[in-house]
Design a protein around this ligand. Structure first.
Ligand code: GLU
Length: 287
């Protein structure tokens, strides 16, 4: 079976050099390994995703010289699959709703003192206040009009799977490579869905990679630590585990990860200035 690669951008802005690096690495590896290249449109966040950005993704990738298989998988067309995965985790007793806003959580965390742990992205861990809510109150509040998040009970999930690892052929932020011990507990009781959204990034990416038969995940190093959560969900849902390759990030002049397309880094802007795809490869550090 040929290896299967995917590039999975979110259509919430225009592609920049960082996306180009990721897309080209996926395409190069697919080509040199005789593998397949898939595209996945990660459009679950309906408030930020727009059709014109999706059209621009196709156009910019084609301009870069990429060819990918069709049909393209669009997350917004697979809500039932995410709900199915969530229902399985729920049946295992691993999901609970929490009703606090971000500000409520910040307040709870402040009350608990300055040393409250933060996740690898710097957000305070959820204190778990809703974990012990009585079932009747849970049901009553979920039936009402207030928003809620559905969280994974991390301790209970880890009791199911025991310790996990993943195979890393790239490197993490501290040079981690090879067999990596997964530490999903660093993320606490992560959100897997919300009242109005059937899946968080973590749940969708795991369901999608399995549904698309992805064998090799090549993506930016900013997602290295999130892989621990992905491995945990794969183990809980009985899904195969891909190999992972986290690649370096392209940073801006201030040493920050590129976040949105600017005149200096946006592929459309560079194309309009007459920059060629070969020059984009070179600027992204590829030969
Ligand atoms: N959609 C994510 C992003 O644009 C990438 C997800 C992934 O490759 O796993 O950052």
């Amino acid at each position: 079976m040929p290896p299967v690669f995917r590039f999975a951008p979110s259509p919430n802005g225009y592609l920049h050099l960082g996306h180009a690096l990721s897309a080209l690495l996926n395409a190069d590896r697919a080509r040199t390994s005789g593998g397949r290249l898939l595209l996945r449109v990660e459009d679950i966040d309906a408030t930020r995703c727009r059709p014109e950005y999706e059209a621009a993704i196709d156009e910019d990738l084609a301009w870069l010289g990429l060819r990918w298989e069709h049909p393209v998988r669009r997350q917004s067309e697979h809500y039932d699959e995410y709900r199915g995965a969530l229902a399985r985790l729920d049946a295992m007793g691993l999901i609970y709703p929490s009703f606090e806003s971000r500000a409520d959580i910040a307040r709870q965390v402040t009350e608990r003192g300055a040393q409250w742990p933060r996740d690898p992205d710097g957000a305070p861990l959820y204190p778990g206040s809703a974990r012990s809510m009585a079932p009747a109150e849970r049901d009553r509040r979920m039936a009402g009009s207030e928003p809620y998040a559905l969280r994974l009970d991390m301790a209970a999930a880890l009791a199911h799977t025991g310790s996990l690892t993943w195979m890393e052929t790239g490197a993490g932020p501290s040079g981690e490579t090879g067999t990596i011990p997964a530490d999903p507990s660093a993320w606490g009781d992560v959100i897997l869905a919300r009242k109005e959204t059937p899946a968080s990034y973590h749940l969708a990416v795991v369901v999608d990679d399995a549904a698309q038969g992805v064998t090799d995940v090549v993506r930016g190093r900013d997602l290295f630590h999130a892989t621990a959560v992905h491995r945990l969900l794969q183990a809980l849902l009985g899904l195969p585990q891909p190999r992972y390759h986290h690649h370096r990030l392209i940073l801006d002049g201030e040493g920050r990860k590129l976040s949105k397309s600017t005149a200096a880094t946006g592929l459309r802007e560079l194309r309009a200035k007459g920059v060629t795809p070969v020059e984009i490869r070179a600027t992204a550090g590829l030969d």
